[in-house]
Ligand binder design. Structure first.
Ligand code: SF4
Ligand code: SF4
Length: 69
């Protein structure tokens, strides 16, 4: 659930993500989690509050800001 109307969203480019896990501990909304089975990083867009911390930290630039009208 989003508590405010956002003019932008954070999206993940799966082809760039290397599943390095760096974004997992810094996400304040637990929107980025490691799958216990596959060890891949899963992005739960519905939990994301678009704080953009992961956008700044991701070494692969896989997290991107999607500007909306
Ligand atoms: S920091 Fe970037 S490359 Fe690493 S798991 Fe997160 S989205 Fe993927
Ligand atoms: S923008 Fe913020 S809340 Fe959304 S996935 Fe990245 S770190 Fe988590």
């Amino acid at each position: 659930m989003k508590t405010q109307l956002l003019s932008e969203d954070v999206v993940r480019n799966p082809s760039k993500c290397t599943d390095c896990g760096m974004c997992v501990p810094i996400c304040p909304a637990q929107a980025l989690v490691v799958d216990a089975v596959t060890k891949k990083v899963i992005f739960h867009e519905d939990k994301c509050i678009a704080c953009e911390l992961c956008v700044k930290i991701c070494p692969a630039h896989a997290m991107e800001i999607d500007f909306e009208d």
